[in-house]
Design a protein around this ligand. Structure first.
Ligand SMILES: Cc1cc2nc3c(=O)[nH]c(=O)nc-3n(C[C@H](O)[C@H](O)[C@H](O)COP(=O)(O)OP(=O)(O)OC[C@H]3O[C@@H](n4cnc5c(N)ncnc54)[C@H](O)[C@@H]3O)c2cc1C
Ligand SMILES: CC(C)=CCC/C(C)=C/CC/C(C)=C/CSC[C@H](N)C(=O)O
Length: 493
């Protein structure tokens, strides 16, 4: 089913205001959470008649993906969602999906020799342990993250009032001023050292959280560091049946046309429209199987990281030319293993007495895993062991695990399956974020990952790209890059 709309645009021609009627068609490249939420918001803004084509060369969901083993499905990509991720929350509600809550088992931190920190199932013991080992730093860290989240949440108010930003930097500045921009330019380590956190706390608590969430050290930028720490909060949740259901749901709700094909190049061309007037449009050339096709669009939203390895899209004949993108993405392997853990490699405690369900690791180059933890299938709230007591464990590592490494970790195992990812940017502050406006009507939403990669970040970027495209198409410049929005909106009911 295709939709077409005639849209009125007014232009100044030799000093006279002339109205043209154009057919509006929009292409989105990539059907991950970024592309599908862009389709959803573009439909909301541009209305029911505009044609929206969504190009996807792989599976709908992108980095939200599951793997089915022995009849059970597990998340292998983006898995947890923060309780304050309001776009994701809204999608789930609007699409009639259900949620599963994180199981919240016990966590320990291994440094290659022993467990340097171990949670207790008694809340009060935990508090005493944390204060004993790190003073009040855990509480201070919690407050630091909460303060950042508090400011971050301003985006929902701005977007509900339809305000858009033309750069990632402007968006972040509107939320947290120079402090937020400063976080992009400094490492998390520098930021937290300056705030007075101890080496011990940074090595034993903060670095392990960065390793499990972003496969990197505390040398990542301070902003993504804060997002990563938020990813260790309580109350995390996931979508029942798999997070990727949000993407297929948004695609359907947006009534876009899914085109299964790989976009090869985008070129700006002059075309004569049905009205007889010449107009600049974008030609999208894509491959399906061995065939090449192309189609013309007024607006394009690129919702995939633009680099050779990940999307390989060429921009032809743009004036000025569109720069090449060189963001390097971190390679990560997710391995699912159903088996009996050899807990004696982590702790001297007897096998039956080991009660940790997640083991994080310190930044030790001798370690071959970043983390290991018990996981539930996408339909369960709590992980279920099989009759022989085996659980399904998810391991994140920098390289594919060898059989020897798996046999070191497990006394016995039923299966081991893996998925490799170019997962998220390799963060190296100072971060220079790519432009959102690549050309007149060509938008890039994945650039937001330079600040932090997470489902909610892509959804925020998608909403922003839809608002930006809409306001620029209609000449509403007052809705873009407004300064002091927080103060302006404070007085509104
Ligand atoms: C292992 C792992 C764990 C993670 N855990 C979490 C987590 O717990 N919580 C969280 O919030 N985030 C997590 N993330 C990050 C999160 O998954 C991503 O930030 C988010 O899914 C990115 O979505 P996106 O739509 O922007 O990009 P993608 O999901 O990458 O979507 C881009 C799509 O574009 C398609 N595409 C690329 N090139 C072309 C082309 N030329 N033509 C057509 N289609 C093309 C791709 O096939 C892909 O489907 C994790 C990521 C990974 C890899
Ligand atoms: C964007 C905001 C404000 C919050 C998002 C917090 C969040 C959910 C961060 C997680 C980011 C991430 C890339 C996690 C990867 S690993 C996830 C999990 N620990 C797992 O074991 O699968």
């Amino acid at each position: 089913m295709t939709f077409q709309k005639t849209t009125k645009r007014t232009q100044l021609v030799r000093g006279k205001e002339i109205s043209f009627f154009f057919l509006t068609s929009i292409a989105i490249i990539g059907a991950g959470i970024g592309g599908t939420s862009a389709a959803y918001y573009l439909r909301q803004k541009f209305g029911k008649d505009v044609k929206i084509d969504l190009f996807e060369r792989g599976e709908v969901g992108g980095r939200l993906a599951t793997m089915t083993v022995q009849g059970q499905e597990y998340e292998t990509g983006g898995s947890v969602i923060h309780p304050l991720n309001l776009h994701m929350k809204r999608f789930v509600k609007d699409l009639g999906l259900s949620v599963v809550q994180g199981s919240g088992g016990l966590m320990g931190v291994y440094n290659g020799e022993s467990l340097v920190f171990e949670e207790s199932s008694w809340f009060i013991i935990n508090i005493i342990k944390l204060i004993w080992q790190y003073g009040f730093q855990s509480l201070r860290m919690h407050m630091w993250v909460e303060d950042i989240l508090d400011k971050f949440m301003r985006i929902y108010r701005y977007q509900s009032h339809d305000y858009a930003f033309s750069t990632v930097e402007n968006l972040l500045h509107s939320l947290g001023g120079d402090d937020f921009l400063g976080m992009l330019n400094r490492t998390l380590l520098e930021t937290l050292q300056k705030a007075g956190f101890s080496e011990k706390f940074l090595d034993e608590i903060v670095a392990p959280v960065m390793r499990v969430n972003y496969g990197q050290s505390t040398n990542i930028n301070g902003f993504v560091g804060a997002v990563s720490l938020a990813g260790a909060d309580s109350g995390l949740w996931a979508v029942k049946g798999g997070n990727k259901l949000v993407c297929s749901g948004l695609l359907q709700a947006s009534r876009s046309n899914l085109i299964s094909g790989s976009v090869m190049y985008i070129e700006e061309k002059t075309r004569t429209k049905q009205t007889g007037t010449p107009a600049k449009m974008y030609e999208v050339a894509y491959q399906t199987g061995s065939e090449t096709h192309s189609d013309f669009y007024d607006i394009i939203v690129v919702a995939t990281p633009l680099n050779r390895k990940m999307s390989n899209i060429t921009f032809l004949n743009f004036d000025p030319p569109i720069e090449e993108f060189h963001q390097y993405y971190q390679y990560i392997v997710t391995t699912l293993i159903k088996g009996n853990l050899n807990s004696t490699i982590f702790s001297s405690r007897a096998l039956g007495k080991f009660d940790l369900s997640t083991i994080l690791t310190t930044d030790n180059s001798d370690l071959f895993i970043n983390s290991i933890g018990i996981v539930s299938s996408v339909r369960e709230n709590n992980p279920q062991p099989s009759e022989d007591g085996a659980y399904v464990w998810k391991i994140f590592s920098q390289e594919t695990l060898t059989k020897e490494q798996i046999l070191k970790l497990f006394l016995s195992y039923d299966y081991a399956v893996k998925q490799q990812w170019l997962a998220y940017p390799h963060y190296k502050p100072p971060e220079k974020c790519p432009s959102i406006i690549l050309h007149d009507r060509l938008y890039y939403l994945s650039g937001i990952e330079c600040a932090a990669s997470a489902m909610e970040m892509s959804a925020i970027a998608a909403h922003n790209a839809a608002l930006l495209a809409y306001h620029r198409w209609n000449g509403h410049t007052d809705m873009i890059d407004q300064e002091d929005l927080y103060e302006k909106l404070k007085t509104e009911l």
